[in-house]
Design a protein around this ligand. Structure first.
Ligand SMILES: C[S@@+](CC[C@H](N)C(=O)[O-])C[C@H]1O[C@@H](n2cnc3c(N)ncnc32)[C@H](O)[C@@H]1O
Length: 223
């Protein structure tokens, strides 16, 4: 999908009705539990965040992350960075693909500690995984080719992150994509003339993808 995709100035999403949502959530939970056992990690649960401008910890289903990474067609050149990596679920899934590296950036030390513990028990990976405990506003994006985020922070933080990414792409031209789950602040990214919304998933009533997902790519020259 490369044509212009309509994006409302203020993003809105209403959940599907209770019964389909309940059935598809139960199915996702059962399959999440299978993947957690298979990989030897624990990423479930929720947690509040003491940090200003930060969202609470929560995960998308394994199904959604596999569907996203399949759609991206990741390869050996890709460095996948999860902004707000929490306990590390998306990073461990990204590492099931033959990529260069999977990096999680998490501001909250207790959540970061869980991701590091998960790293030690992880059973299967085709790529290196590592986690850093710092704000996304301080991360060096120079090697990153794909960012994934599940609405991790507010607009103040996102604007700083986007400015750092823009500088990085000017300094080091390359292909670059952002995947944004529960894209509450998508208009901030869409407003950047160097980013293009190239796909948008809007889950239907029975979808196992529980939130909209927006896909952006950089339009800056790559050489
Ligand atoms: C909704 S959770 C997403 C967790 C994980 N990405 C996943 O999908 O399983 C958002 C996470 O972003 C983290 N976060 C919030 N602000 C941050 C920042 N400025 N830098 C890094 N992480 C941040 C929160 O602590 C929280 O763990």
């Amino acid at each position: 999908m490369s044509q212009a995709i309509p994006l409302s100035p203020e993003y809105r999403f209403t959940f599907p009705p209770f019964f389909p949502r309940y059935c598809t959530t139960l199915l996702n939970r059962a399959i999440d539990s299978f993947h957690e056992k298979r990989l030897g990690i624990k990423t479930t649960g929720g947690a509040g965040s003491p940090h200003p401008d930060a969202s609470h910890y929560g995960c998308l289903a394994y199904y959604t992350y596999y569907k996203i990474f399949d759609a991206l067609g990741l390869d050996k050149k890709d460095v996948v960075v999860d902004l707000g990596s929490g306990k590390g679920r998306p990073n461990f899934i990204a590492a099931q693909y033959p990529i260069k590296e999977s990096i999680g950036v998490e501001i909250d030390p207790p959540l970061h500690a869980v991701s590091v513990a998960n790293c030690a028990t992880l059973r299967e990976a085709r790529a290196p995984v590592r986690f850093v405990c710092q704000s996304a506003t301080d991360f060096n994006y120079d090697d990153t080719t794909v960012i994934i985020m599940f609405h991790p922070f507010g607009g103040e933080t996102l604007n700083v992150v986007l400015a750092r990414i823009e500088d990085s792409l000017k300094r080091k031209p390359r292909e670059f994509r952002i995947v944004y789950g529960n894209p509450m602040l998508s208009p901030l990214i869409a407003a950047k003339p160097w980013m293009q919304l190239y796909d948008a998933w809007n889950p239907g009533t029975w979808s196992r993808v529980k939130f909209p997902v927006h896909f952006y790519r950089s339009t800056m020259p790559t050489s």
